[in-house]
Design a protein around this ligand. Structure first.
Ligand SMILES: NC(=O)c1ccc[n+]([C@@H]2O[C@H](COP(=O)([O-])OP(=O)(O)OC[C@H]3O[C@@H](n4cnc5c(N)ncnc54)[C@H](O)[C@@H]3O)[C@@H](O)[C@H]2O)c1
Length: 456
């Protein structure tokens, strides 16, 4: 394995080197494992609890679609104040400033002097937490600036897009002893949390298999002249794999105790051909338009299989370029039964009324609704994505105020996000198996489940 200096001299990034070395026969699994080993023993794994605080002072970076939704939630949660707002577009900053003033808060400081102004914000402002909902390429730089300047970080999904970036997050969080939580709202979905509750109570028996994915027709969004249309399409042009793995995977990983008694071991991944974006662009802009003639690297449907250390398997889909109804699959199967979403249905052996037949899941909420939803469900009504975004933000702020560890830590952020580059490597190499780096450096064996189910 080459070191950083020789990589730099050769003009190859670590990412290029991994892909290239696999192609020339080093063996993909070996290459990815080497990337993991390279980082060992620099710092010791572990996350320290921060002291409780009455008021959480937040700086927000990137207040487009999702950032605005978070800010709206924060304005309705007790014990939190938005003290600074950063976006490359001043009008977006002003909009949030106005929202804060309208709610009776002091006007937050605004930062909009270019793409790196988040650094100035992190250096100058007295903040407890920096939250980020920028385009993906800025996630890691913002989190690092936050932690290096003594602030906790919370970042939209995926937290990082390369193996190297995942290690940067882990190492910085350990060195600075700051939290870095990925804002995986789907872990707070009503059905997801209810199922997690039921898994913990043993209703599904021993968990054997999970199904997850992000199946969302994003064609119109990818060709929009605003919001994600300005940056997300570029990833479809250049990358082929699962570009957005965490929405479906996070909740399933929690059911399987990944990083807490279990871990993702390796994956294989395969992509279909790419047609959806070209066809859509030809219809929308004409067959000779640059969008229709563009070559898109991203296969329309990417399917991956993950094997966990304790023997469970997970199928993971990324399917965003074709006409289809929305789904995250959200399936959990054990020795005693199975749950599957879209629509929510369940079969529990000896419990479900009819042998072999799905039951509607609704009646299970009565008995197994997660305590978080029982307590906060009413207030979550009307918030983004069916209320789960509010529950997520509430839970993060509450953890900081109470001095409790956030539900998801930097190791979760890394293990769930790293799927992107691992699938890209596998796809580029005829679906060869690729090992997951162990970001916890062995701690997964003894880490206890701290997940949301321990809610108090
Ligand atoms: N969890 C969810 O359900 C969910 C839903 C949508 C988006 N997201 C995630 O949220 C993030 C943002 O997505 P979005 O839909 O809000 O995109 P968006 O394009 O609407 O918003 C991004 C914002 O970041 C700003 N920005 C760009 N570069 C910046 C920089 N260097 N510094 C400061 N601001 C910068 C842009 O001006 C824009 O206002 C992405 O990571 C996306 O994957 C998550």
């Amino acid at each position: 394995m080459q070191d950083n200096n020789s990589l730099k001299k050769s003009g190859l990034s670590r990412r290029d080197f991994l892909k290239k070395s696999a192609t020339v026969g080093l063996g993909i699994s070996v290459a990815a494992a080497a990337a993991a080993k390279e980082r060992k023993i620099k710092t010791q794994p572990g996350v320290k609890k921060a002291k409780p605080m009455d008021l959480v002072r937040v700086g927000f970076v990137g207040v487009g679609g999702m950032g605005s939704a978070h800010c709206r939630n924060l304005l309705n949660i007790e014990g939190v104040e938005i003290r600074a707002v950063c976006d490359i577009l001043p009008e977006k900053v002003e909009r949030i400033q106005q929202w804060c003033v309208d709610k009776g808060f002091k006007k937050p400081m605004g930062y909009s002097r270019g793409e790196f102004d988040f650094k100035r914000m992190c250096q100058q402002e007295d903040l407890d937490l920096v939250m980020t909902a920028t385009p993906w390429r800025w996630h890691v730089p913002v989190c690092i600036a936050a932690m290096e300047n003594g602030k906790h970080a919370a970042v939209e999904v995926p937290a990082a897009i390369t193996i190297d970036e995942c290690w940067q997050l882990v190492e910085t969080a350990e060195r600075t002893e700051k939290y870095c939580m990925m804002l995986e709202n789907c872990c707070y979905g009503r059905s997801e949390l209810t199922v997690l509750n039921m898994v913990r109570k043993g209703l599904f028996g021993e968990i054997i298999h999970g199904g997850a994915g992000y199946l969302h027709d994003l064609r119109a969004l990818k060709f929009s002249s605003q919001g994600e249309g300005l940056w997300r399409t570029d990833h479809s042009i250049k990358r082929n794999g699962n570009l957005y793995p965490t929405h479906g995977l996070g909740p399933v990983a929690e059911c399987m105790n990944v990083n807490r008694g279990n871990k993702f071991d390796f994956l294989v991944s395969m992509s279909s051909k790419s047609r959806g974006l070209n066809e859509f662009a030809a219809e929308k802009f004409g067959a000779n338009s640059p969008q229709a003639k563009q070559k898109y690297a991203l296969g329309d449907v990417n399917v991956s299989l993950i094997q966990c250390a304790n023997g469970e398997t997970i199928t993971l889909y990324h399917d965003c370029n074709l006409p289809r109804p929305y789904s995250r699959i959200n399936m959990v199967q054990g020795t005693k039964g199975i749950f599957e979403d879209y629509p929510s249905r369940i079969y529990l052996e000896g419990v479900s009324e009819k042998h072999d037949r799905w039951e509607d899941f609704d009646k299970y909420y009565e008995k197994y609704e997660h305590p978080l939803w029982k307590k906060e469900g009413e207030r979550a009504k009307g918030a983004g994505h069916g209320g789960m975004d509010y529950i997520e933000d509430f839970r993060l702020i509450d953890a900081l105020r109470q001095g409790r560890l956030p539900d998801m830590d930097v190791y979760d952020a890394a293990a769930w996000s790293v799927v992107s580059e691992l699938t890209e490597i596998s796809v580029a190499n005829k679906s060869k198996p690729v090992d997951f780096p162990d970001f916890t450096r062995g701690k997964w064996k003894t880490n206890k489940p701290i997940h949301v189910v321990d809610f108090k």
